[in-house]
Design a protein around this ligand. Structure first.
Ligand code: GLU
Length: 303
């Protein structure tokens, strides 16, 4: 059951791996305005677990751009890079439940295994983001073989055994899992929806060098910050199926989801961080006002 929410908590959770663009502005406004409208709180979280791609300069730019847009948020701001130990604890819990396994497969091995399976690579199932569904290599290694590979120091990733994880989560929840979508998914999905985490198969939930993943960090932190309503773009909609499984396995509460459509440019293409000409700071430097930005993304001009 989703929480009863006398006091809703919303959030905006950007990754500082580039400058904010119009899509981010739209997402941030969705969370902040829902909080204002519904008498709730609005929190900002910096999702900087990818130390290779995240930069301090972009963190500063996020604060600056959001303030310029007229948004305010509670402080201190939670930063994921300070929380690796907590994510590792979550991984340990998943290991204790026996729902993750170390996977030593390289991309080359994965492709080779698919090609050997007799199914053409282009017909092999892919997840909603276009990645190949993992073919299960290294899944049932005998313990001795497993220790040998680990001992040799070969790089590995922890994968969720999705079938097992879903079954255990449903057993723990006492029935089939669902989530409440108060916005819409890319295909108009809305309302109480059954989970289909098999869409992603055995996802990676941690790596040897980065001991977490977006899936674990977002699940842990939404709960830690008491987020009751997750407002975010539809590009993350299907990942909710994975997050629900993790929430149950880790004993975390169920938030309500409000996915929103993505802002598109004139040609109908999804805006991305590479659409730099539509970056918030570029627009600002070009003399645009926050009201102009709001108009560009289809929001009423007045804040
Ligand atoms: N950090 C993610 C991003 O910038 C968003 C995560 C979320 O809203 O769940 O795409």
């Amino acid at each position: 059951m989703p929480p009863t929410t006398p006091f809703p908590v919303f959030r905006f959770a950007p990754s500082p791996n580039g400058y904010l663009h119009l899509g981010h502005a739209y997402s941030a406004y969705q969370g902040a305005e829902a909080a204002a409208r519904e008498g709730g709180r609005f929190l900002l979280r910096i999702e900087d677990i990818d130390i290779g791609r995240c930069r301090e300069e972009y963190v500063d730019a996020i604060y600056e751009d959001l303030a310029w847009l007229g948004l305010s948020w509670e402080r201190p701001v939670l930063r994921q890079s300070a929380r690796f130990a907590l994510y590792e604890d979550a991984l340990k819990t998943l290991r204790g439940l026996g729902v993750v396994y170390p996977c030593f497969a390289t991309r080359k091995e994965i492709i080779a295994a698919i090609e050997d399976s007799g199914v053409a690579l282009e017909r092999w199932p892919r997840d909603p983001d276009g990645a190949l569904i993992y073919p299960g290599l290294y899944k049932d290694l005998p313990p001795r073989e497993l220790s040998r590979l680990m001992w040799e120091g070969i790089s590995y990733a922890w994968r969720l055994d999705m079938e097992k994880a879903k079954a255990l989560a449903e057993e723990m929840a006492g029935g089939p899992l669902t989530f409440l979508e108060e916005g819409t998914g890319p295909k108009g999905e809305t309302g109480r929806l059954p989970i289909e985490p098999e869409l992603y198969g055995d996802v990676v939930v941690a790596r040897k060098d980065v001991p977490t993943s977006y899936h674990i960090a977002v699940t842990i932190d939404d709960a830690a910050q008491g987020i009751t309503h997750i407002t975010r773009g539809q590009d993350l909609f299907y990942m909710t199926h994975v997050h629900r499984v993790l929430q149950v396995l880790l004993g975390l509460p169920e938030p309500i989801y409000r996915h929103h459509a993505l802002i598109r440019d004139e040609t109908g293409r999804r805006l991305s961080k590479t659409a730099a000409d539509r970056g918030i700071r570029e627009l600002r430097e070009a003399g645009k006002s926050p009201e102009d930005v709001r108009r560009l993304i289809g929001l009423e001009a007045a804040l």
